[in-house]
Design a protein around this ligand. Structure first.
Ligand SMILES: NC(=O)c1ccc[n+]([C@@H]2O[C@H](COP(=O)([O-])OP(=O)(O)OC[C@H]3O[C@@H](n4cnc5c(N)ncnc54)[C@H](OP(=O)(O)O)[C@@H]3O)[C@@H](O)[C@H]2O)c1
Length: 330
């Protein structure tokens, strides 16, 4: 099939710098895979900003089309699991990293990366969740599996205005939890409260890592920041507290004493939505389309065109992003 399509193309210059433009690509040049998907919507995640600016830990081969999320319709299939016309979601694995991603109007991927879009989730809603929402869903699920209930006490969400944080707040609020949002944006308190946060604190308040333990506050934690904020959260957990961590926007390292684990039974659970099992992923998407489906999705979402992606990616790298950005690929 030889079809031209529109895509974000990241190029590497001889001096090692990276530039981005909207250009034309051909389906014939897409990588091998047994399912070709016409992309309706993509979304922006922190990893897309890293890929688009040439972070070698994310993307190594250029020219490249980023986009770790895509929702769309199967255009061609050599898989016995998917037929032409199926409405599908593809997130993570290698999509948008070193495999041409959802910020192009077509993707070609192995069927093992593809799942059917749940019945009660529109294409836009699926991308409002996207990888960020899937990750938030897995984190909330880990808190529930760890035994947390709304009566356990407050749950702390860090990186609160970001993609993972904002979706986590909305899901936790829907489930009846008391949520404290930690944010670096003083002007975002109304936004965070509208999502369901009961309290908003400045992220600086959680930067102290000077003592082996702190006063107990949190029953659970959703952390995307890492570093001292994760250390502080671990040391401030109640007995049997559950801390989930998935991100590193603050730092990749953290230090803690052993005391939260051996004196308070605190559990630290790592969350990965990139390589997680398809059965876990499918169950999480079912939850996102039912129990976890919040009526705050519209408030969370900004819809943009491919032409507007550049400005939003740069904002994301500066830590100035806000909620979820979905990209209309029509
Ligand atoms: N493990 C996985 O499978 C997985 C999946 C998805 C994402 N992630 C990771 O999770 C993290 C968040 O992703 P995202 O898509 O939510 O990103 P995002 O939309 O860019 O949000 C990150 C938020 O973190 C806060 N922040 C930014 N810089 C910070 C700093 N230096 N110190 C403290 N807080 C800072 C900001 O919120 P405030 O201004 O409100 O504080 C920002 O909006 C990233 O590290 C991403 O790679 C991991």
């Amino acid at each position: 099939m030889s079809t031209e399509f529109k895509a974000l193309i990241v190029e590497k210059a001889e001096d090692g710098s990276f530039s981005r433009s909207i250009g034309s690509r051909n389906v014939a040049d897409l990588p091998e895979g047994n399912v070709l998907v016409r992309v309706q919507y993509s979304s922006l995640n922190y990893k897309d900003a890293l890929s688009a600016t040439g972070n070698p830990g994310v993307s190594r081969n250029f020219p490249h089309t980023p986009g770790i999320d895509a929702v769309g319709v199967v255009e061609q299939s050599e898989s016995d699991q998917f037929s032409v016309g199926d409405e599908v979601i593809v997130t993570s694995y290698d999509l948008g990293m070193n495999t041409s991603g959802g910020l192009g109007q077509f993707i070609r991927v192995p069927d093992s990366w593809v799942l059917k879009r749940p019945e009660h989730l529109s294409a836009q809603e699926a991308m409002t969740f996207g990888t960020a929402g899937l990750t938030a869903g897995l984190m909330v699920n880990a808190l529930l599996e760890g035994g947390l209930t709304p009566d356990s006490g407050p749950v702390l969400v860090t990186g609160a205005t970001g993609g993972v944080g904002s979706v986590a707040i909305a899901i936790l609020a829907k489930l009846g939890f008391t949520v404290t949002a930690a944010s670096g944006k003083r002007d975002a308190h109304d936004f965070l409260k509208s999502l369901g946060a009961n309290e908003v604190i400045d992220r600086e308040e959680l930067s102290d890592n000077s003592r082996p333990m702190f006063k107990t506050v949190w029953a659970g934690v959703v952390d995307v920041v890492g570093g001292d904020m994760l250390s502080n959260a671990l040391k401030s957990c109640k007995y049997n507290g559950v801390v989930t961590c998935s991100g590193l926007v603050g730092a990749t390292d953290f230090t803690t004493s052993i005391f939260p684990f051996i004196l308070r039974g605190v559990r630290l659970i790592g969350i990965d939505s990139v390589e997680c099992d398809m059965a876990v992923r499918t169950a999480a998407w079912q939850k996102l389309s039912s129990d976890f489906k919040t009526h705050k999705l519209d408030e969370l979402t900004t819809e943009i065109t491919l032409e507007e992606v550049e400005a939003h990616l740069l904002k994301m790298l500066e830590g100035k992003s806000h909620g979820r950005v979905i990209v209309n690929m029509a």
